[in-house]
Design a binder for this molecule. Structure first.
Ligand code: AMP
Ligand code: MN
Ligand code: MN
Length: 328
């Protein structure tokens, strides 16, 4: 798979008229921020733009500028010239948005997941980018596409969330330069955005953390940490799926932990597995791919059929195997 150029993508953005910008199910700040940023830039070009996500806008990201643009897809397909998938490793992670763009003449795929197979007509997959938001910034900047306060704030939120507030290893000097440029160009208030992103959680998120911590397990030598959330507990606490984002960081933050795992029982007989690694040698994307998932070397996920206990056992065994091989 070879990447197309920003020039080719910009040409399509300028030449066509109607666009649908899509992101992955269970969206995060990178998906939503990147979607809104590109949509607002196209809007400035006078284009007609739909911004769809299976889950719609999440409560916790509803402070993002022009958040109201992002909606669930319509039940019946709408005609658009171009469908643009952002931050989405495999096409079926677009969920119900996929059917809504059935008539699109052209597909663009912009992403930073290592496991992205390169679906679509025009593809840019840059796994060195810490966030899709960074690729969108490079596209906008290099092609002279519109950039204003609202676009800058959405991109800043995208990059901040996917880098864990500029902490994860893919955070480069370029990432920090881009952040500075966004702050300058958009006149952004970093303290305010960060408070909205990281200090505005509903109380139930902490109640959820208290419950999942009760299930916390460590491997004998402390290199694997995991916890889980049953459907029953999720129902009792009335948690929203978005409340889970970032909880796994508490496990990752423990000294000696190399792999952290969060198991979440889903209503469809599957378990959502969320995995993090602190060592480039331990590729959690490869582990998750064995279970039909994907992601990045240090952050990946999968949805695995089975009960919570079964999936926990299978996945933890697989991680143990990988870690043992590494040590031997
Ligand atoms: P999460 O643990 O849900 O934050 O996901 C970590 C990373 O892995 C994200 O970049 C996801 O896009 C990716 N990912 C999560 N679940 C899956 C899946 N079922 N298939 C492919 N990629 C996934
Ligand atoms: Mn994402
Ligand atoms: Mn991302």
């Amino acid at each position: 798979m070879s990447n197309t150029t920003f020039e080719q993508i910009a040409k399509v953005l300028r030449d066509y008229r109607t666009f649908a910008i899509l992101g992955h199910v269970r969206p995060d700040g990178d998906a939503l921020g990147s979607q809104l940023a590109l949509a607002l830039s196209l809007e400035q070009l006078g284009k007609e733009v739909r911004v769809w996500n299976e889950d719609g806008m999440l409560e916790k990201y509803s402070f993002l500028p022009r958040a109201e643009l992002l909606t669930k897809p319509p039940a019946n397909a709408e005609h658009v010239d171009v469908a643009i998938a952002l931050d989405t490793a495999i096409q079926n992670r677009l969920g119900t948005t996929l059917a809504a763009v059935a008539s699109a003449k052209m597909w663009i795929n912009i992403d930073h997941h290592l496991s992205n197979p390169g679906y679509g007509d025009l593809v840019i997959v840059d796994s060195s980018a810490p966030a899709t938001g960074e690729i969108i910034f490079n596209l906008i900047k290099s092609q002279g596409l519109p950039l204003n306060h609202d676009i800058a704030e959405n991109l800043f939120a995208a990059i901040s969330t996917d880098t864990g507030s500029f902490q994860y290893p893919k955070t480069s000097s370029r990432t920090l330069e881009i952040a500075a440029e966004l702050v300058r160009a958009g006149g952004l208030d970093v303290g305010k955005i960060s408070q909205q992103l990281y200090e505005s959680y509903p109380r139930r998120r902490l109640e959820l953390l208290r419950e999942v911590l009760r299930t916390m397990r460590f491997s004998e030598c402390g290199d694997v940490a995991s916890f889980s959330l049953s459907l029953k507990t999720a129902e009792e606490l009335a948690v929203l799926p978005e409340d889970n984002e970032g909880l796994i960081d508490h496990l990752r933050a423990v000294r000696g932990v190399i792999v952290a795992v969060f198991f979440e029982e889903l209503a469809d007989g599957k378990v959502r597995v969320s995995m993090r690694s602190k060592d480039e040698v331990v590729d959690v994307c490869a582990i998750c791919q064995k279970f039909g998932g994907g992601g990045h070397t240090l952050a990946a996920g999968a949805r695995v059929r089975g009960s919570l206990d079964q999936v926990e056992q299978r996945v933890l065994e697989e991680i143990r195997d990988v870690l043992n091989k590494r040590e031997s």
